[in-house]
Design a protein around this ligand. Structure first.
Ligand code: SF4
Length: 481
């Protein structure tokens, strides 16, 4: 498919796949195995250990028992028990309380579908059209569509591609399927149910960018999603041109520079910016990292045209967004809605109470809480409220504030403290302190600390960790005294 010369990845890029393979075989990583792998790759043992230890789902001793979910939607359910094994969200928030391994995403949990979640024929018509248009015209079509990345940052996709192309070759392309935000399961839905749609978008990106290497990086626990993707890949026109990597956990792994470090066989922590990945990313190459939902949208745009995409959504935010809705609703699942749809309408459609007892957590541990009287807000990129609630990756957990809000705020603060990778001091020290302040009722001290986290942390995890705390205190300060 790609006419670009293939780029031979350095040997250390085999580190993560070998660690994952060994972990699967034995259920944990022992010292001897990591040392053996390091020697095999000709890299320092200390660096191999450092990389392995940064993956929160690797075990370094045998573990027994079944994983049960510690995520918010599950912990709100009667019958939920504190997990005995370390486990964050199990990404089955639509069937709480979840336990055990991941299962294929159920079709019936697609509560509302739009162009991305609707059945997609397997004619590869979008790929064919991209070929006929040629890279330059296909990129212009994408630009006209106004697509912005669906990973959470909403950066214009065509501008990202152009920025990488302007740096020259070789360049790298990475599909970010490391969906790791608690309460978000829409990429799993796309990969399980519509893998051809995602693959077609990826193939179109390969046509336009002519990458020297293309990698699909799929969450390590998302077994059914990875299996569906790999099956579809094997039957696709881009079979043989895409390397599949699997992660090993951690919220911060979804951050694109942490993901690149993981592929490079390094500690999976964010890199300082600049340079941006489009300037110097994977092994120094200009690198485009796009999310699963973004690639699905690329497929639709090239198949149907930019104008068809722009018929959906708003002038400034065209297209649809897939929300993952869970918590105190009778119809949890994924809802693909045009941008600009009112958030409150989706919650009511999902069976939320929709009255003053309702609170929403929007944007997960990096987002914030929203009272019902502010929920009639259009679903658009950015924040719903300055204290933290935002669209982000599209997670919406519906809460009953009278009973849930304190626990939910503490759960989010604890999660951020646990997931801090420790690379920078403001987040490493500040996130646990934020939890302590909230838990002990020393809420008057929160603002100053939150400012430090927000402005001095290296990546989004630390910068946005104050959101759930600040928003909970803004609207429900009474429950923390
Ligand atoms: S902000 Fe937190 S997660 Fe991000 S690099 Fe710093 S310590 Fe790591």
């Amino acid at each position: 498919m790609s006419n670009a010369p293939a780029f031979a990845l350095p040997r250390r890029a085999r580190l993560l796949p070998l660690l994952v393979e060994r972990h699967r075989e034995h259920g944990f990583l022992d010292r001897g195995s990591v040392e053996h792998i390091a020697r095999q790759l000709g890299m320092p043992v200390a660096e191999a250990w450092e990389a392995a230890a940064s993956m929160t789902e690797f075990h370094f001793e045998p573990v027994r028992g079944e994983r049960s979910c510690a995520g918010l939607a599950c912990s709100l359910r009667p019958g939920w028990r504190e997990p005995t094994l370390p486990a964050g969200c199990l990404f089955r928030c639509y069937e709480p309380p979840a336990s055990g391994d991941e299962r294929p995403f159920p079709l019936e949990m697609v509560r509302r579908s739009g162009p991305l979640l609707a059945p997609c024929d397997q004619t590869w018509a979008g790929l064919e059209r991209a070929r006929n248009l040629g890279p330059a015209v296909a990129l212009e079509e994408l630009e006209r569509s106004g697509l912005r990345g669906r990973g959470g940052a909403f950066f214009p996709t065509a501008a990202k591609w152009r920025a990488a192309l302007s740096r020259g070759r070789p360049l790298a392309l990475v599909l970010n399927a490391e969906e790791g935000e608690p309460g978000v399961f829409k990429d799993r839905a796309l990969l399980c149910l519509r893998p051809e749609r995602v693959l077609e978008g990826l193939g179109i990106a390969m046509q336009v960018l002519q990458p020297a290497v293309t990698i699909a990086f799929i969450n390590g626990a998302a077994e059914p999603a990875a299996a569906a993707f790999e099956r579809a890949l094997a039957a696709s026109p881009i079979a043989g041109d895409v390397l599949v990597y699997r992660g090993a956990g951690g919220y911060v792994l979804g951050e694109e520079t942490a993901l690149l470090n993981a592929i490079e066989g390094r500690r999976a922590v964010p890199r300082p910016r600049p340079p941006l990945p489009v300037e110097a990313g994977l092994f120094g190459m200009p690198t485009v990292v796009n999310n699963v939902e973004t690639m699905a949208a690329v497929s639709f745009i090239i198949r149907e045209g930019a104008a068809a995409f722009r018929e959906l959504g708003t002038a400034h935010a065209p297209g649809t967004r897939i929300l993952s809705v869970s918590g105190r609703v009778s119809r949890p699942g994924v809802y693909e809605v045009p941008m600009g749809t009112l958030l409150s309408d989706v919650v009511v459609e999902a069976g939320g109470a929709g009255d003053s007892s309702t609170a929403l957590l929007c944007g997960g541990p990096s987002g914030g809480f929203l009272p019902w009287d502010l929920a009639a807000t259009p679903i658009l990129p950015g924040r719903y409220h300055p204290t933290g609630a935002m669209l982000g990756a599209g997670g919406v957990v519906v809460l009953d504030w009278s009973s849930d809000i304190r626990r939910a705020a503490l759960t989010m603060a604890a999660y951020n403290a646990e997931q801090s990778c420790g690379k920078c001091t403001p987040c490493r020290e500040g996130a646990p302190l934020l939890l302590e302040l909230l838990g002990s009722g020393r809420t008057a001290e929160v603002d100053e600390l939150a400012d430090v986290l927000q402005h001095a942390s290296l990546c989004g995890l630390g910068q946005m960790a104050p959101g759930p705390v600040r928003s909970a205190l803004e609207f429900w300060s009474g429950v923390f005294v």
